[in-house]
Design a protein around this ligand. Sequence first.
Ligand SMILES: [Zn+2]
Length: 85
Amino acid sequence: MGNRFQNEETTMKCVICKEGETGTGKVSVTLERNGCTVIFREVPADVCDNCGEYYLSEELTEKLLTRADAAVKSGAEIEILRFAA
Ligand SMILES: [Zn+2]
């Protein structure tokens, strides 16, 4: 097997401020669908150490959207969920 990157934890330059680098953190994500507000807490994300912008993986985004849809269908106007992987 060839060498893999030593650091598996991905850091990337923030595309918003172009100054900071992202590191693992937890954020609150707010989604609005059809007048329903869904807030997810403690969502694992890559967070910029400079401006605080966060980046979610595609897989995670999909999970959040699925859960948001479920909340919308339940008829709640506002729903606060603690994210659990
Ligand atoms: Zn930034």
